[in-house]
Design a binder for this molecule. Structure first.
Ligand SMILES: [Zn+2]
Length: 148
């Protein structure tokens, strides 16, 4: 009878005729005792199991870079504040220069709105890029801790 068995050393599955009690694994070459594999139905994963979002949340909670993550948030807030100031600048320029020609006012609005938009996009992109790097660093530390 051909059955699948799992190598005790490398975890890879290979086929065995089930005649011997041990077999050499074709993957790692080590001798592994044959454990008959019973077909187990795939476990029904709940939404939380192995979910990337929950793993990420866990990593971020157990971060080694709490200060850095706080700083990333702060910089994003600064970006948004700058965007707000750009909008305010448009308003101020608009009302202060009430005798300015319409073309100039239009330019102020366009430049202000564009810079506010760019600042918000930069703020979001900054946070994602910065968090990405910190997440990678945290994951590396977690993995290093597991293999030790
Ligand atoms: Zn193996």
């Amino acid at each position: 009878m051909i059955a699948n068995t799992k190598c005790q050393h490398c975890g890879n599955e290979f086929e065995t005729d089930g005649m011997n009690r041990t077999e050499f694994c074709p993957h790692c070459g080590k001798e592994s005792s044959i454990v008959p594999q019973v077909a187990v139905p795939a476990p029904a994963y709940t939404a939380g199991t192995f979910s990337t979002a929950s793993t990420l949340q866990q990593i971020r909670q157990q971060t080694c870079y709490k200060t850095l993550r706080g700083l990333i948030d702060l910089v994003q807030i600064l970006f948004f504040v700058a965007a707000g100031l750009a909008v305010l600048g448009v308003g101020a320029g608009f009302f202060a220069g009430s005798d300015a020609p319409a073309a100039v006012k239009f330019q102020i609005v366009i430049v202000g709105a564009a810079s506010a938009f760019i600042l918000i996009v930069l703020g979001i992109a900054w946070k994602q890029a910065a968090l990405l790097l910190v997440d990678i660093a945290d994951c590396q530390i977690r993995l290093a801790g597991k293999t030790r």
